[in-house]
Design a protein around this ligand. Structure first.
Ligand SMILES: Cc1cc2nc3c(=O)[nH]c(=O)nc-3n(C[C@H](O)[C@H](O)[C@H](O)COP(=O)(O)OP(=O)(O)OC[C@H]3O[C@@H](n4cnc5c(N)ncnc54)[C@H](O)[C@@H]3O)c2cc1C
Ligand SMILES: NC(=O)c1ccc[n+]([C@@H]2O[C@H](COP(=O)([O-])OP(=O)(O)OC[C@H]3O[C@@H](n4cnc5c(N)ncnc54)[C@H](O)[C@@H]3O)[C@@H](O)[C@H]2O)c1
Length: 479
């Protein structure tokens, strides 16, 4: 067996693994990375990038149709083949040459194959040809193996060959009828995309649509899905599934009703890619999410770091936040803390310190690219109350702004600011409306910066923009 030694070995070259290795190398240590599929991970080929490419063309068309003058210039419908071609190009045609070259120029050796922890600080890589390589890490091993689609335990489901997000995102043909199990982010975005591409979509949303967001979010998204002829079945639960010989999928709901479709997408959450990475070698259960401390070191059931603290986990696999940008934020923290510990430097692990991912707990930004777009950061009113905060909620109708009226005829949307009354700072902010994605970062800065409301009065939004909602919310709150 070939052997090699590096300061740090990262298992998984998704967005998080790549950033960890880069950070470590920037800090003056050496790092190697192990990847069993495509360098770039889920985000590049089957998630963030291709999904947003599927959604973007219709969003542009919709925006043009909302503005007289532009509306008249829209003389045709969505060109589905062109949308799929653009999606292919944003998925780099499912080739990772570009990212492999990036690793090479960043000085990060790539080992292709399945990585497994074989012993303390040792990762064994098994290539597709069965050839094994043993990698020893002088300082740390980082698990960044991400997550895969969860297929729920519904009778007949695996045999019915359902789509997961991967098959939906990479589809070359649009099914005539698409049923979707789930009502979360993937289900809502894919219902929006496939309806726009011409599928007749049925959404089986057992627990509601985007149930973890502020309540007005689900209401607006449901309304717009229904406008797009999506059949939204709230409370509907699949009891059993069967694919007939002619390919039709028959879904029997728990109330006995039947739903038929040409394809069935399962979008009910994720499962960690830890089933076969050697967790048993370090006393952890294969297939489990990895629990980490605030510096992203993997901890056991007793809360203590594994071994002497050589094992770290970042990104989806630690279940803190399943988002690319937040995983990359963890990557910067974990890369820097490994370097600091290796060099014997002080570890800055206090709240908002350089070596911790404090924002994971209360300042996570997310954009959901449905119609309307949903942009949120921090706590919802419900989660702030559950956290025991004394809050005040301020809502504002986004459509009532001069900027919104100019942006689009009939602009509809809502904004909510959640204020921690004891500290007079914003702890949560949600916007739902056309093109609100780019408004989000101001809210993220206000939440992370814990900017007092008194000071926010001096942050004047330009007229006439949708950002004037900031002023309206402050006025509604009172000075
Ligand atoms: C449909 C969909 C759309 C999404 N859209 C967005 C979005 O718009 N914005 C956003 O922020 N997030 C989005 N996400 C979430 C985002 O994709 C993930 O949070 C992100 O990919 C996590 O990055 P990661 O590096 O932790 O894991 P991954 O991207 O899953 O990468 C892990 C890598 O590790 C490799 N690997 C796993 N096990 C091993 C092993 N044993 N040995 C070697 N290699 C291994 C895998 O092959 C993979 O390449 C979306 C997710 C889905 C499913
Ligand atoms: N734009 C974005 O930021 C974006 C886009 C897509 C995905 N993602 C991320 O990817 C992750 C996965 O997304 P997801 O939509 O698969 O998960 P999710 O957790 O967002 O939603 C899953 C939904 O399925 C429901 N559900 C669970 N079990 C069910 C069952 N047996 N039957 C019916 N419904 C069931 C849940 O109540 C939940 O609403 C999320 O964490 C999300 O943040 C992000």
């Amino acid at each position: 067996m070939d052997t090699a030694t590096h300061d740090v070995v990262v298992i998984g070259a998704g967005p998080v693994g790549e950033n960890i290795a880069d950070r470590v190398v920037q800090g003056g240590l050496s790092a190697a990375i192990v990847e069993r599929e495509l360098v770039g991970g889920e985000c590049s080929y089957w998630a963030c990038m291709p999904t947003k490419a599927l959604l973007r063309s219709e969003a542009v068309l919709r925006a043009a149709r909302r503005v007289p003058g532009a509306r008249e210039a829209v003389t045709g419908n969505l060109d589905v083949a062109a949308v799929l071609r653009r999606r292919d190009s944003f998925a780099s045609d499912w080739r990772d040459d570009g990212q492999v070259s990036w690793l090479a120029q960043a000085g990060i050796p790539l080992y292709r194959g399945q990585g497994r922890i074989a012993a303390d600080r040792v990762v064994e890589v098994t290539g597709e040809d069965g050839v094994r390589t043993s990698l020893t890490a002088r300082h740390a091993v980082v698990v960044a193996t991400g997550s895969g689609a969860l297929v729920p335990d519904v009778e007949g489901l695996p045999a019915a060959r359902p789509w997961t997000s991967r098959e939906a995102v990479a589809a070359n043909e649009v099914p005539g009828r698409l049923a979707i199990i789930g009502g979360g982010v993937v289900a809502s975005e894919m219902a929006t995309a496939f309806a726009s591409l011409g599928a007749s979509v049925t959404l089986l949303a057992r627990d509601g649509v985007l149930p973890l967001a502020e309540p007005f979010v689900g209401e607006l998204v449901i309304e717009s899905l229904q406008d797009a002829a999506v059949s939204v079945r709230l409370g509907a639960e699949a009891g059993s599934v069967k694919r007939a010989d002619d390919g039709t999928v028959h879904i029997t709901l728990t109330d006995g009703e039947q739903v038929e479709a040409d394809e069935l997408l399962v979008a009910v959450g994720r499962t960690p890619n830890t089933g076969d990475i050697g967790l048993d070698r370090v006393g952890l259960a294969p297939g489990a999410w990895l629990t980490v401390d605030d510096t992203l070191r993997v901890v056991g059931d007793d809360g203590a770091p594994i071994g002497d603290g050589w094992l770290y986990a970042a990104g989806d696999v630690n279940r803190r936040v399943l988002l690319t940008h937040q995983g990359k934020y963890q990557a910067r923290a974990v890369g820097d803390v490994i370097v600091a510990r290796a060099k014997g430097e002080a570890v800055d692990d206090g709240e908002w310190g350089r070596h911790v991912a404090t924002a994971d707990k209360r300042a996570v930004p997310q954009v959901i690219f449905t119609e309307p777009e949903i942009a949120s950061v921090g706590l919802t009113a419900a989660s702030a109350e559950a956290a025991g905060l004394r809050i005040r909620v301020v809502d504002y109708d986004l459509g009532a702004l001069a900027g919104s009226a100019l942006h689009a005829e009939g602009y509809r949307g809502d904004a909510r600011m959640v204020v921690d009354e004891d500290r007079s700072v914003i702890v949560g902010f949600t916007l739902a409306g056309p093109d609100v994605a780019e408004l989000l970062h101001a809210a993220t800065i206000a939440v992370v910066g814990e900017v007092p409301l008194d000071r926010l009065w001096h942050a004047v939004p330009a007229f006439p923009t949708v950002s004037e909602v900031w002023l309206r919310l402050l006025e509604a709150y009172g000075r």
